[in-house]
Design a protein around this ligand. Sequence first.
Ligand code: HEC
Ligand code: HEC
Length: 270
Amino acid sequence: MTRISSYVVATIPALVVLGFFVWFANWIPQTRWSPPEKQDIGAAMTPPQLAKVGKIIVRQRGCLACHTIEPTAGVKGQGRGPNLANIAARRADGAAGGPDGLIDYLVQALYEPGAFLVEGYANIMPGSTRPPAKLSYEEVVAVVNYLQSLGGTPSVKVGDIPRPPGEAAATVSVTDPAAMLAAFECSNCHSLEPGEVLLGPPFEAALLKRVAAERGVSAEAYVIESIVHPRAVEREGFPEEVMPQDYGERLTAGQLQAMTVYLLTREGGE
Ligand code: HEC
Ligand code: HEC
């Protein structure tokens, strides 16, 4: 009996060690660094919820490479950029020579940092929707709420502030023209089947080229104009003013180019 119990007793340290390794093995993956994930931001989120996400984004997307958030330090802080602590109180009225009001000020500071420079600083901050931070519109909304929470109260909902200048609609980052047709809802009104008329004319390369030639313009110019300024080039026999007028803002130059090439070279259209 003593033999057995001493055997059990002798095993305990081994079990403890084993247990430690099992625990350790399970623990490692959770603490391993992983690349920042796109934050999930819904239109229904409240400003305080958005502010929480914004706080994570500011930490994950490199803002703190230049900015500090030190409540006890002055504006200058220790960073390459201003100390963001208390910015909502400090910029409640915006800035003389810059946008009026906190929200407009923050929106511009994020989209176009070079448009107004905080005194004593150089123009080194990249626009937040560009690399490396590459914030989406929704992420900008979250960051604005977080910055509001530094000395003020978050109040902005998705849709309240303007989208980034020249940005394509949030869901549409596709570059494949066939996917773009669906993503921009072109295919609701334009069929790819020759002869099939939905609300607008079907996309047939030969047809587009013919109409362009009739109007004495290049096929590319005609297609681009039709997408960007649909009213300028109404096609007879189709309802006017149905096609959305804002594709010029929603499509990036690259998307417009890819779409135009696709529509004019598509197989089955020639
Ligand atoms: C490479 C350094 C750098 C990075 C990265 C950077 N900033 Fe800045 N930021 C600056 C500098 C410098 C200024 C002051 C000059 C100016 O107004 O552009 C500034 C200004 C600002 C201001 C206005 C501050 C004030 O006191 O009025 C805000 C707000 C701001 N940045 C937010 C951000 C956020 C959010 C991020 C991350 C998405 C970020 N910045 C990333 C350098 C940076
Ligand atoms: C709500 C319906 C609708 C949507 C969505 C729509 N269009 Fe149109 N489109 C039309 C109508 C109607 C016309 C013809 C009248 C006109 O020219 O405005 C037209 C005309 C065109 C023309 C000229 C065609 C020709 O044969 O002369 C092109 C090119 C075109 N659209 C491309 C697009 C693209 C690309 C998209 C998506 C990015 C799109 N459209 C989305 C309705 C739509």
